[in-house]
Design a protein around this ligand. Structure first.
Ligand SMILES: Cc1ncc(COP(=O)(O)O)c(C=O)c1O
Length: 407
């Protein structure tokens, strides 16, 4: 029997560490050794592990209604969750489509944008614009939308649909050049462009690459000139990861569609939402069934997952969590300053990142960190921290102290 791990070269990888329990910022292995989870377990466990209140909410919901088909039926947890989320979203984002994970949230956004133009009987639009290096998930559409720059998906590139990649800006000069190139592309091809898709402000999986909201605002404005659908993939950036509920809150220009997942249920259960504006929703209303959005998954809007999400959102708003998010942000600022002999220190909200000389060095640091009970997962030569919001100032101090020693 083999259990085949995700994103893992099975031939060369070490035996996976068996985790038996989680509590707060810690995970515990079979021998009782505890580890600081500095990556919130692939960015999902924003409240930390084993949150009792979310567990209780799950239990309560499981006793009432565990699941029901979501076409032709609805339930209170789904309705309440959308109602709660709507309070944080721009007014125009009010049409909620459920699915199960970040990739499917993106897949749905891509399909919605395409069918929007089909339903309007407009000229066929099938080119997607992305920001070079972005990552939107591993399903075919999500891989395609990210374009040919991805370090992960080259094997499948022959299946990809057509995209145009905006150069990632490393400086204000780069920004001007990238926007100029975008303008030229749009002038010639705008009638074929369906959507612009970006990870707003921070590109996660490509190595915590951060960019200015002014740049994002500008590219959105360019897209708007040609009625291109704007999709923000907030699967990683959502739920206070960048200090505000959503990255949207730091931008002037708002999208037509937002994709949410990961932190949505506090890391308890898979759940995702693709939230669109009414302009898109209305384009699917018709007497013709084929104009409906013919997409759905067996576990769409699972009531137990919705209950976990409602509880997570309630907890996130509490004073103590908000204060701790502030402490983590300041903790990164102070500790990053003390880090020498590294490259390109950067921070956005609760994410801090820097580069070391090589991928090999990053791997060695992660290995040493694990020996010292710290879980990191470098991306190439990028080391980053994306801690759960229950992380203390002392936890952060310890992690940075160890990193300084390794470097
Ligand atoms: C920005 C972004 N979009 C989409 C995804 C895909 O999410 P999932 O792994 O839940 O399919 C990820 C995953 O890391 C992500 O960071």
């Amino acid at each position: 029997m083999k259990i085949w791990q995700p994103f893992t070269q099975e031939k060369t990888t070490a035996t996976p560490l068996k985790i038996v329990r989680g509590e707060g910022v810690y995970l515990f292995d079979e021998r009782g050794k505890r580890y600081l989870d500095m990556i919130s377990s692939w960015w999902t466990n924003i409240l930390g592990h084993g949150n009792g209140e979310v567990a209780e909410a799950i239990y309560r919901q499981a006793r009432i209604l565990e699941h029901v088909i979501f076409a032709g039926f609805t339930h209170s947890p789904a309705e309440k969750l959308c109602h709660e989320l709507a309070k944080f979203l721009p007014k125009n984002l009010e049409c909620f489509f459920f699915s199960d994970d970040g990739s499917t949230a993106v897949e749905i956004a891509i399909k919605m944008a395409y069918q929007y133009f089909v339903n309007l009987n407009k000229q066929k639009r099938n080119i997607y614009i992305n920001l070079a290096g972005g990552y939107h998930g591993d399903t075919l559409g999500a891989m395609s939308a990210a374009g040919n720059h991805s370090r992960y998906h080259a094997t499948f590139s022959e299946f990809f649909f057509e995209t145009f990649s905006i150069d990632f800006p490393h400086s204000s000069q780069d920004e001007a050049v990238a926007i100029e190139k975008l303008k030229i592309f749009l002038k010639q091809n705008n009638e074929r462009v369906c959507a612009l898709i970006v990870e707003p402000l921070v590109q996660g999986a490509s190595g915590m690459k951060m960019y200015r909201h002014e740049f994002l605002d500008q590219i959105v404005c360019e897209a708007r000139k040609y009625e291109i659908i704007v999709i923000f993939d907030e699967v990683m950036t959502g739920f206070f990861r960048l200090g505000t509920m959503f990255a949207i809150d730091q931008c002037v220009e708002k999208p037509d569609i937002i994709c949410l997942s990961k932190g949505l249920t506090g890391g308890f259960l898979p759940l995702a939402l693709t939230v669109a504006n009414c302009k898109i929703y209305n384009a699917f209303l018709s007497d013709d069934w084929r104009r409906a959005f013919l997409h759905g998954h067996s576990y769409t809007a699972n009531p137990i997952a919705c209950a976990a999400a409602i509880q997570t959102i309630e907890i996130l708003q509490r004073e103590e969590i908000q204060q701790n998010i502030g402490k983590i942000i300041r903790g990164h600022e102070i500790n990053l300053q003390k880090l020498d002999h590294i490259f390109h220190k950067r921070q956005c909200g609760t994410i801090a990142a820097f580069e070391v000389e090589s991928t090999e060095k990053a791997r060695i640091i992660a290995k040493k960190a694990l020996q010292n009970s710290i879980i990191l997962r470098p991306i190439g030569r990028t080391i980053y921290f994306m801690p759960p919001y229950c992380t203390t100032v002392e936890n952060l101090k310890y992690v940075y102290k160890k990193i300084r020693q390794y470097i």
